[in-house]
Design a binder for this molecule. Structure first.
Ligand code: CP
Ligand code: NVA
Length: 304
């Protein structure tokens, strides 16, 4: 049975921590771990970071990458997910999928005989969470002492971030308007992970007290790919914008995170995005390093 990475908890705590340490150590290094192997990228949504970082990661490991836009595959004309998964498993050594429904991703993985990686669904973004944790751990060796506050829309990025913090034992606060909170299933999942790790998972609705004492403030777009730009949502999320005033309530050493792409002036002010406290570009770069180790773990030749 192939090993998939469809959600954060598909790896255990030790695997995630050792993957992150390996990613820190292997920055810029190349190997032949994927020599002779091909990785397919099936994307139904746009991407800059995920697409390019996986392509370069496979290349650094001696492998080859094929970008497969869903609309150009027979999948876009009604060939089933299961048939596509079986056929591509005969050609490829692994597949990264960016799509809408987590169920479609799971259906593909169930029919595939090669590892499948979640490159973002409406529900989760676990590869982003790996790079985020790597970025956090580059600044804080003791993850149990970290307080991370996510502000804004309780979306796919928030769910995976909450899960990875819960898995490794950090203190995570998800601060959103009540009706834009992370779904109940995601909170239940995070609480279960926290019970095992000693993490604290909190939800909040008031950004100012939530930001107090934070080591990291994190935000993401208010309208995810595929969502309608409803003006009322923008108005309601305004108090959750990470700006200089909100940042001044956090620890003086606080760093600001964003998975990108950002909308300056919406979820983050331009001044904070470009401030010295912002580590958003480091996060983006770490996608490459973390995913290289993920590919090595799931698809790599252990000897290389
Ligand atoms: N953060 C992230 O996944 O970026 P892309 O949408 O550009 O891949
Ligand atoms: N929540 C955003 C993340 C983009 C990387 C989206 O799904 O569009």
């Amino acid at each position: 049975m192939p090993r998939h990475f469809l959600k954060v908890a598909d790896l255990d705590r030790e695997e995630i921590l050792s993957l992150i340490e390996a990613a820190k150590a292997s920055k810029g290094k190349q190997s032949g771990a994927l020599s002779g192997k091909s990785l397919g990228l099936i994307f139904s949504k746009p991407s800059t970071r995920t697409r390019v970082s996986f392509t370069v990661a496979a290349h650094h490991l001696g492998g080859h990458c094929l970008f497969l836009s869903e609309s150009e595959l027979q999948l876009g004309r009604g060939e089933t997910i299961e048939d596509t998964a079986r056929i591509l498993s005969g050609y490829l050594s692994g597949v990264v999928i960016r799509t809408f429904s987590q169920r479609d991703l799971e259906a593909f993985a169930a029919a595939a005989s090669v590892p499948v990686i979640n490159g973002l669904t409406d529900e989760r973004h676990p590869c982003q969470a790996l790079a985020d944790l790597m970025t956090i751990s580059e600044l804080h060796a003791d993850l149990s002492a970290v307080k991370l506050v996510y502000l804004g829309d309780g979306n796919n990025v928030a769910v995976s971030l909450m899960n990875i913090c819960a898995l490794v034992g950090a203190h995570v606060v998800i601060c959103t308007p009540e009706d834009l909170a992370c779904p109940d299933w995601a909170l239940a999942e995070a609480k279960a992970l926290a019970a095992a790790s000693g993490a604290t998972v909190e939800t909040a609705t008031d950004p100012e007290p939530a930001a107090a004492g934070a080591d990291f403030l994190y935000t993401d777009v208010w309208f995810s790919m595929g969502q309608q730009k409803v003006p009322e949502k923008k108005i309601r999320l305004q108090p959750y914008q990470i700006n200089e005033r909100l940042l001044s309530l956090a620890k003086p050493s606080c760093r600001v995170m964003h998975c990108l792409p950002a909308h300056r002036g919406e979820e983050i002010s331009a001044a904070v995005m470009d401030a010295p406290q912002s580590i958003v570009f480091k996060q983006a770069e770490n996608r490459l390093h973390a995913q290289k180790e993920l590919l090595r773990l799931l698809m790599g030749d252990a000897q290389a």
